[in-house]
Write a protein that binds this ligand. Sequence first.
Ligand code: ATP
Ligand code: MG
Length: 749
Amino acid sequence: MKESKNFLQTIVEKDLQSGKSKEIVTRFPPEPNGFPHIGHAKSIFINFGIARDYNGHCNLRMDDTNPTKEDTKYVEALKDAVTWLGYEWEGNVRFTSDYFAQIHKYAMQLIKMGKAYVDSVDEEEMRELRGTVTEAGKRSKYASRTVEENLDMFERMRKGEFQDGEHVLRAKIDMSAANMKMRDPLMYRIRHAEHFRTGNEWCIYPMYDFAHCLSDYIEGVSHSICTLEFENNRDIYNWVLDTLELEPPRPYQHEFARLGINYTVMSKRKLLELVEGKYVNGWDDPRLPTIAGLRRKGYTPESIVTFCDQVGIAKANSMVDVAQLEFTIRADLNPKVPRVMCVIDPLKITIENYEGSEELNASYYPDDVPKEGSRKLPFSREIYIERDDFEENPPKGYFRLTPEQPVRLKHGYIIACKEIIKDSDGKVIEIKAEYYPTSKSGSDTSGIKVKSAIHWVSADEAKKVEVRLYDRLYSSEMPEGIEDLNPNSLQVIKDALIEPAVVQERPDERFQFERQGYFFADPIDYTDEKPVYNKIVGLKDSWGKKTKPTPPKPEAKEKKVQIDGEVVPMTSEQEKLFTRYKEGLKLNGEVANTLARDEDLSAFFEEALAVLNSPTNLANIITNEVAREMKQHTKEELKFTPQQIAELIKMVDDTTISNKIAKQVFEEMVNSGANPEEIVESKGLVQISDPEIIGKIIDEVMEKNPDNVEKFKAGNKKLLGFFVGQVLKATDGKANPKIVNQLLAQKLQ
Ligand code: ATP
Ligand code: MG
């Protein structure tokens, strides 16, 4: 457990201390309508983790109130996922459907109390009567049915006398409640469908809002932990339990932020679409973020639990970089798994001065790892190396084999290239090499210096294996749909070559293939005849800076985002702000919306605005750059103030610096906490607006590009962009673009 407590642990401890809870009982309540994904892993980690930390217990409950989408195969997948992650549920797996009779009784009780009624308006009318955020709703005329009528109608609904959608049971709460969810929410609906457990016993099914709180109560749950999109449902949760005046103790709901990861999708509906549309090979396709997929890819349960721990538990939604997940599995496997050699794209090497064969001794683990074990590596005259470990015309800084540069064969000898053999297309097909007999690894007396060691396999003894290389499923960071799928997410290499010990001894299931990454023997397709390995992850992050793992920020303040396309209504406070920003300050609607909905952002904006009356420019930087920083850091961690942002924008407004430079200055402010003016001054970032200086640069650019000047003058006006770009480049982006444009227009006439 981490040293610092997360907010849920704080709540649990307080409840134990005050006696509000005698025992900690949690539950993981998935709907069995798809395979669980890594978001569910987080929920599992939290619910089972809290129960474990406080000596309580956690139930596994299938929330099976929607007969049309649920299936036992999903129940099995959910059980597998929990077990595989290392958790045990209390007693049997529970099902909300086990409580249907009890929940039905509670519904009758509410009717008898005059707190629920059968409504018979159609969907459209119901929507109209519900009102809007700013307007109260109205009750339908059916709300005045007497208790007897309601009991009778509800009984007839249960008996199957009506069609789907004809009637519903609603709680009688408050049609003018500010929380729209409280405007007489639905509690039961008619569904003539066979349920995978209760068959045709029921044709009315309780809604989530009614079933969930009661199931929690029936199971004696103390803390009902769910994701943020249920925040507004909490009022119903409490209303149902309080109104029924249930014997204590009763459960309480607490919300945490749902996990989102970039370059993937995380909703069972979208995952189902990928599986059913055959965009992937089943629910356990290693490219999917499902537990089954990650497991098949080779992720360990420990790495996933560690990841869930490190991303932390926050109260606002966030997007986690997939690089962080990859970082965790690397860190987990690095000290654990054997290191072996597999050549994925083979290039033949014939070592002309080597005769016979030998077996080299090679440890499976590097020296700094406490594990021991070794294997024999056959070595002979003919070997294979990786094609890109040889370069005929190497770029600067290339450390591997070239015509001039020898290289070490890992665990073996140093070799040098003697001759390159090419096919008729000029493709290198073989290298003739020589080896240095005194250069054997571990007893090298040759004195030859090499810059790197490469992996290789002996041609005769190597085994052919299939290697499946996985890349991100989507090429877009925030995929919208199928069109964003990465066409190269799977590459199957049928004839990679691996050293024999790996398949003969099978010292492990997971390996580091030297210099390639971590690989896992595919648990389904692997056979002795055709070994198959899945790439788990590369050795280092190949997606570069963009995906640098962000250090975990457990309680970081995150910007709230919309979930599942549901638009959370604005509070009246937010609406006021929105009107002020959009109408009063003339900000664009999107920007006004972002500011109005985020208390911290709007407060920041107001403070900056008090210093500098430049609403549009301030709002832009605050909803973009500042928002990004606020999303990743707590207020205390931020090194800049609203006043400084105003100073920065002031320099943009008076053309001291350009917008582009402003962004650069902002990054510097974030890092060093220095004043914007200081940064601009010390780095010489002041914008160049002097027409004389700019004019000279334009002359130089025109001199260097006479052809383009000709073309421009001949009518190719599109080249203006080219010239502007050249001038900006020559000034490191410091030339005032307005003046550049004006002068260019003059000079190019
Ligand atoms: P999805 O939207 O992916 O279909 P869901 O919320 O409908 O998921 P459920 O089966 O209802 O899925 O979820 C079971 C539990 O897992 C719920 O408590 C839910 O809040 C939680 N959960 C689902 N997705 C995530 C996520 N991305 N991060 C954290 N918890 C999640
Ligand atoms: Mg859902």
